[in-house]
Write a protein of this length. Structure first.
Length: 117
């Protein structure tokens, strides 16, 4: 999923060690949507994804690409909004092919240039 908003706050990074002994780190940041009724949304970055938010300042308009997941623990449900891509508004996302023009059509072969089969 994708959402656009203004970066409000970058929270301090946290880290720890899992029960399995693996180190983890995460960082959260908050954006505010520009809808008729603005909402504040807190996103989480895990591991090496923390670098995605570096260099951004509060007030910057950004697009956030994210996944939502939920898990149950002791009869209660907990939700995560995990960001996996952050880019400034107006950035070109991915490689977009150039527009098609009639000049892109190759000329028809001359007589006798048929395929061998």
């Amino acid at each position: 999923m994708e959402i656009k908003g203004r970066l409000n706050q970058i929270l301090p990074a946290t880290s720890g060690v899992s029960k399995a002994g693996n180190e983890w780190k995460k960082q959260e940041f908050v954006i505010e949507t520009q809808d008729q009724f603005p909402k504040q949304i807190c996103f989480t970055l895990f591991g090496d994804k923390i670098s995605l938010i570096e260099g951004y300042q509060s007030g910057t308009e950004i697009n956030v690409f994210f996944d939502v997941e939920s898990r149950e623990f002791n009869g209660r449900w907990y939700h995560n909004i995990n960001a996996w891509k952050v880019e400034p508004v107006g950035a070109v996302s991915g490689a977009v092919p150039p527009p098609f023009t009639p000049g892109d059509i190759p000329p028809e072969p001359a007589e006798g240039d048929d395929l061998p089969f």
